[in-house]
Design a protein around this ligand. Structure first.
Ligand code: SF4
Length: 697
């Protein structure tokens, strides 16, 4: 009976960075259905995840009481049944669990120094929770070894944006595509990963906008594209430099914008001479004529936008890929006006907000450098105390290496699942098993919680209060629709309780108190108050208490010296490993529409799991035929790091030398196969390219 509900609560979708507002319809303290609400990013629309992916909240696997590992438990490994964890764990009171969690971390701090403990926070938590988590590691352990999943998603994009335009966030909302006449979508599959944003892109194409889609996979938007450039995996820099070469050669650039707002143009021009399309065509697999047409269309546009995803960022040359996109927009003057802009489509619902809140090892809130003494003392003053290292902390993958080296012995992991999401999972899982003390805080007994010493049961997103920031820089209020199950608690409360047991003196009665403190150190929150957010979404920066916020920024210069953005030339760097006789195919990974990241929520949502119940790998039908396999057959996929068994799916959109796998399935975990090699600037691993071989079973 969908007609009857006793309560309606408007909040924000827990999944992707689009940040759709939705209304939970509640009966007897259970969400019974969901409708789209009129948020600035979605205007009542929802995708299948937002609409049907809510019943995980009431799943019987929810953690309802704190758990402590039994002294006689089997050795740590991926060996716990979430429905029956009692051979490994016993229930405990909150007081006991928090005491044990804090005592273990404190013991390591005393014996080996604060650096022996690292933290992974979560892009699935609120801004306030992300802020408290990074504060706990910095103030409580004296260093910056705190990170979250942005490292696996857009860290390289942020590195390039900070370097060249002075800000890591988007320069324009995706809705600005309504005012563009040409748009490039590269290395992104918004039809599956940002589905509501994709509806704007499709509408843009329908009204005659020139949509240029660039991706090694023939992603869903290709049906709406003016041009589809299915380039060779890993050849982004060659292709983009060739396009920019044409713009320079044919003098299609915006000389006035370049002179007024940029630096290093002469070096860029000289660098691009080496990339004529005729020379790059073979390398990137796109003919020179098409590269020239795309260059002319984008440079000749009245207003052009560039959107990108993890197909750009998750490479050892991810930062270089983003540098090229930034340079392309700058040379055409496509930043700072209606219908123009640079927009890395953010993944998780709060990856933008968690990054803004300082949940990263090199920056305090608002991307203020940890190496700056003035910044650290300003935060120490706001926090009342604190004297922590000026050294940049370790990133997600580096922390796993440091565990193997013995430098890190304990971790506090909140709402992250590195036992599924890290590259080279065998290495990551072995690291988790080595930890002397692991505290995991989550809503389910995740694969990572299998390795925990203490598990703290948290409230899910529809059970808590807090603000969240989407890909558009829109700050919105998340509201509780239902109570947490059993004794589960909101994350911010648990962090505060742990902090106080670790010797800090934190007094917050409500997330609004945390938000008020954040505002003292974050200029991006000027004119944005908790009370305002209870009434409306606000896009930062907001210039006055009445300003709904700036959809477009940098109309009058950039937050860099002399207000100038920078051209940073990028050279062609090959992937970290290339196919050979032993491993002749290219493995690439990503998400699929119905499943979110490591699957802990969506695989526990009945409708979503019914649509996509099984792990699958997509190959071109001709590749399958060549291998002697057909759709539905089981395949063995191997890389230099491991092997998995998985069902074959035929997909003509996948290039003939490629294999595509989603990473949501524990029984065929794609990240057993992926390469942990890092981009040197963003420290992001190369999820999008690994050499593999496929054998039918
Ligand atoms: Fe949720 Fe993203 Fe779908 Fe919107 S597009 S409903 S935010 S998953």
């Amino acid at each position: 009976d969908l007609g009857a509900c006793d309560r309606e609560v408007t909040s924000v979708c827990p999944y992707c960075g689009v940040g759709c507002q939705l209304t939970f319809k509640v009966r007897d303290d259970r969400i019974v259905w969901v409708e789209g609400a009129d948020g600035p990013a979605n205007r009542n629309r929802l995708c299948v995840k937002g609409r049907f992916g809510f019943d995980y909240v009431a799943h019987p696997h929810r953690l309802t009481r704190p758990l402590i590992r039994r002294p006689d438990a089997p050795p740590k490994g991926l060996n716990v049944d979430p429905a029956n964890p009692w051979t490994h764990f016993r229930e405990a009171s909150w007081d006991e669990a928090l005491d044990v969690a804090a005592a273990g971390l404190a013991r390591l701090r005393e014996a080996h120094g604060g650096r022996a403990v690292a933290g992974f926070g979560s892009a699935k938590c609120s801004n306030e929770e992300a802020y408290l988590f990074q504060k706990l590691i910095r103030q409580g352990f004296g260093h910056n070894n705190v990170d979250h999943c942005t490292r696996l998603c857009h860290a390289s994009s942020v590195a390039a944006l900070l370097e060249n335009v002075g800000s890591g966030a988007v320069t324009a909302t995706f809705n600005e595509i309504e005012n563009a006449d040409v748009a490039i979508v590269i290395g992104a599959n918004p039809v599956e990963n940002h589905p509501v944003a994709a509806t704007w892109f499709k509408r843009f194409a329908k009204r005659g906008g020139k949509l240029i889609v660039m991706d090694p996979r023939g992603v869903g938007l290709r049906r709406h594209a003016w041009k589809m450039l299915q380039f060779r995996p890993g050849s982004d820099v060659a292709m983009l430099n060739a396009i920019m070469h044409v713009i320079v050669e044919e003098e299609l650039y915006d000389a006035e914008f370049i002179a007024r707002f940029t630096e290093n143009w002469d070096e860029m021009k000289a660098h691009l001479r080496a990339f004529p399309p005729e020379k790059m065509a073979d390398l990137c697999g796109i003919d020179a004529q098409t590269l020239r047409e795309v260059a002319r269309a984008f440079a000749g546009a009245r207003a052009g936008m560039i959107f990108w995803g993890m197909g750009v960022s998750q490479h050892v040359h991810g930062t270089d890929n983003s540098r090229c996109l930034i340079s392309l927009a700058l040379m055409c003057g496509h930043v700072g006006r209606p219908g123009t802009g640079l927009h890395p489509l953010r993944g998780q619902n709060n990856v933008q907000g968690a990054s803004d809140a300082g949940l990263i090892p090199m920056f305090l809130p608002d991307y203020q450098s940890v190496t700056d003494d003035g910044v650290r003392s300003a935060f120490a003053e706001i926090w009342g105390s604190g004297d922590w290292s000026a050294e940049k902390g370790l990133t997600v993958v580096e922390i796993m290496d440091a565990i193997h080296d013995g430098a890190i012995r304990g971790m506090y992991i909140l709402g992250e699942n590195p036992a599924m999401s890290d590259p080279d999972l065998s290495h990551a899982r072995a690291a988790l098993a080595r930890l002397e003390h692991l505290v995991v805080q989550d809503i389910f007994l995740t694969e990572t919680a299998n390795y925990a010493d203490v598990i703290l049961p948290a409230a899910a997103w529809p059970e808590k209060t807090g603000t969240v920031t989407n890909t558009n820089r829109q700050v919105q209020m998340g509201r509780p629709a239902v109570p947490p199950p059993g004794e589960a608690r909101e994350d911010w409360r648990i962090i505060v309780d742990l902090a106080n047991r670790l010797g800090l003196d934190w007094r917050y009665a409500h997330p609004r108190d945390v938000f008020a403190e954040m505002k003292r150190g974050m200029k991006s929150l000027d004119n944005i108050t908790w009370e305002r957010l209870e009434r409306e979404a606000v896009t930062y920066p907001s210039l006055s208490p009445d300003d709904p916020g700036q959809a477009i920024v940098f109309g009058n210069g950039f937050p860099r010296p002399e207000g100038r953005a920078r051209f940073t030339p990028a050279k062609v760097t090959p992937p970290a490993e290339t196919p050979d006789d032993e491993y002749p195919l290219i493995l690439t990974t990503g998400r699929q529409l119905e499943h979110w990241h490591t699957g802990s929520m969506t695989r526990r949502s009945r409708a979503l799991d019914a649509i996509e119940p099984e792990a699958n790998a997509s190959l071109h039908p001709r590749t399958l035929a060549r291998l002697g396999a057909k759709p539905g057959d089981m395949l063995r996929i191997e890389t230099r790091r491991g092997a998995i068994r998985i069902m074959a799916r035929a997909d003509r959109a996948v290039a003939e030398d490629m294999v595509f796998m989603p990473f949501a399935y524990v029984e065929a975990a794609a990240n057993i196969l992926t390469n942990p090699k890092l981009d040197p600037f963003g420290k992001i691993p190369e999820f999008k390219f690994a050499a593999c071989r496929v054998t039918p079973e």
